[in-house]
Design a protein around this ligand. Structure first.
Ligand SMILES: NC(=O)c1ccc[n+]([C@@H]2O[C@H](COP(=O)([O-])OP(=O)(O)OC[C@H]3O[C@@H](n4cnc5c(N)ncnc54)[C@H](OP(=O)(O)O)[C@@H]3O)[C@@H](O)[C@H]2O)c1
Length: 335
């Protein structure tokens, strides 16, 4: 069967299309899944570009969605023909977070889903939302679940809240959509005026170009009548956090998700303290969170925004496209 393997030390020209042996017999509790789609995340890019070192021959991609082709003894949750989507932290099933690294994450510490078939314990997957294509389902593993956890699990979002989303990548567009679906107001930033228009088309009430207006935090504060937003989807890191603190209300919630501007940098601690804000770090979520997300999507009639789709053997081109920053929402692989 076809798969993609990453040769050491990584790099987009080190993604090899290979023919590997199909998975063998199923143990008790396993399922065999024909993977039909994956989606690209910044984390996958860090792995394939060699910024996050991984073992020679690693199969990349954390997100995988497809069809159950066989079930092992004792599997009750899934049947042949079910549509399933993979979990980012397969060993974090429920309860509080206990994992702070990627040792168990497919596509990083263990082999991922850039391959046609896989045998895994049933508990490494959940059902996909009803009516979703495999590509739509694949967007949930990382980006969808992160936005869900930030706003719903950690943020306790409610109708009437205001949410600031930064940029137009996968996590931010999901957060915009969840916020709108839950009756919240959305304010959004982008480096592109065309993308700002698309954000308004998705329901963002206020938008600002963060390249043209480097004091965007102050402007967002003014747009909220000086109150500030209830939640910030902070995907930028050190280069954006000071503006996010300015834009957030006293006692508001900043979901510390991304590091697009770098891994470390000065934090205006006095402002954070004075404004009594909650800066909450998070990495994706548990399998239970994903099951709750799928249930919510089934109720909300909600579809993710997929900007562009590539074939499996076009993975390097797909990452080059992500690197260019031209995308809006998710980039997917279908195979
Ligand atoms: N903690 C977690 O669980 C978790 C989960 C998923 C992702 N992440 C992290 O979140 C970040 C975003 O991930 P993603 O997969 O959504 O990325 P992505 O789809 O590649 O999105 C990147 C987008 O971010 C925007 N951006 C870039 N620099 C920016 C800046 N200085 N200020 C505001 N926006 C900026 C750009 O939007 P415009 O083109 O509109 O300017 C760009 O298109 C990454 O750092 C990723 O590692 C963390």
């Amino acid at each position: 069967m076809k798969a993609i393997q990453l040769a050491k030390p990584g790099g987009l020209d080190r993604l090899d299309i290979v023919d590997i042996e199909a998975p063998g017999a199923l143990a008790s509790g396993d399922i065999l899944v024909r993977i039909h789609a994956s989606s690209l995340n910044f984390h996958d890019f860090a792995v394939v570009s060699g910024r996050i070192p991984t073992r020679d021959g690693r199969i990349p991609m954390s997100d995988g969605a497809g069809l159950v082709e066989a079930v092992g003894e004792g599997v009750k949750e899934f049947a042949v023909g079910d549509h399933v989507v993979s979990c980012f932290f397969p060993l974090w099933q429920d309860g509080r977070a206990t994992i702070a690294d990627f040792a168990t994450t497919p596509g990083d510490g263990v082999d991922g889903y850039a391959r046609e078939r896989v045998v895994r314990p049933a508990s490494w997957f959940t059902h996909s939302p009803k009516g979703y294509t495999h590509a739509e389902a694949a967007t949930l593993t990382t980006a969808g679940l992160t936005a869900w956890r930030a706003l719903v699990v950690d943020g306790g979002i409610k109708a009437g809240d205001s949410v600031l989303v930064l940029g137009t990548g996968g996590v931010s567009i999901f957060a915009l959509q969840f916020a709108k679906a839950m009756g919240a107001t959305v304010l959004a930033t982008s480096s592109s005026d065309q993308k700002l228009e698309r954000l308004r088309g998705l329901g963002a009430e206020q938008t600002i170009n963060y390249r043209k207006h480097q004091d965007w935090g102050e402007r967002i504060l003014q747009w909220t009548g000086g109150r500030g937003v209830d939640h910030v989807i902070e995907v930028g890191g050190p280069g954006t956090l000071p503006q996010s603190i300015t834009a957030c209300r006293i006692g508001g919630h900043i979901a510390m998700i991304g590091v697009l501007t770098g891994l470390t940098g000065p934090v205006p601690t006095a402002a954070l303290m004075a404004r009594q804000q909650r800066l909450q770090g998070l990495i994706v979520g548990s399998r239970r969170h994903q099951m709750d997300l799928v249930r919510a999507i089934d109720a909300m009639q909600f579809k993710p925004v997929i900007g562009r789709t590539f074939a499996l053997d076009e993975l390097a081109s797909a990452f080059r496209y992500e690197e260019s920053g031209a995308h809006f929402g998710k980039i997917c692989l279908e195979f």
